[in-house]
Design a binder for this molecule. Structure first.
Ligand SMILES: [Zn+2]
Length: 127
């Protein structure tokens, strides 16, 4: 029996407009760290810069970047303080540590993320 849901599907979207597509990551068994590593490989240090990250049917990645500066979740490894300190902060902008959803309202930080229900917010970076 064929699974028609997957027929004709040639790629999965892992990141859409700077936000991790957690359902898709679960389906494709990709971890946050694996997606971040692919973005870093493309010289991206901020998830907000990622317009699309596709997981191709052959297992390869295709990453499309925004041309303009975008605030978003820093995807540098947490232990690399030196580089993280160099990143330009986006004042008054926060990114969900789980999915990368960006908010511009300090009050919303008190609540969980509207996209993934995550509770951890990080100061967004700008690049
Ligand atoms: Zn979230």
């Amino acid at each position: 029996m064929k699974d028609t849901a997957f027929e004709g599907k040639i790629m999965d979207i892992l990141v859409k407009d700077g936000v991790l597509q957690l359902n898709c990551m679960e389906q494709t068994r990709m971890s946050q760290e694996q997606v971040f590593a692919q973005c870093r490989y493309e010289q991206i240090d901020n998830l907000g810069k990622v317009q699309r990250a596709y997981l191709e049917a052959n297992g390869g990645f295709t990453i499309l970047k925004f041309d303009s500066k975008k605030p978003g979740l820093s995807i540098l490894p947490a232990w690399d303080n030196e580089l993280i300190t160099d990143q330009q902060a986006a004042p008054g902008t926060y990114a969900c540590a789980n999915c990368g959803h960006v908010i511009h309202d300090k009050v919303k930080k008190q609540a969980s993320c509207e996209l993934c229900s995550g509770n951890e917010w990080k100061n967004a970076v700008f690049s």
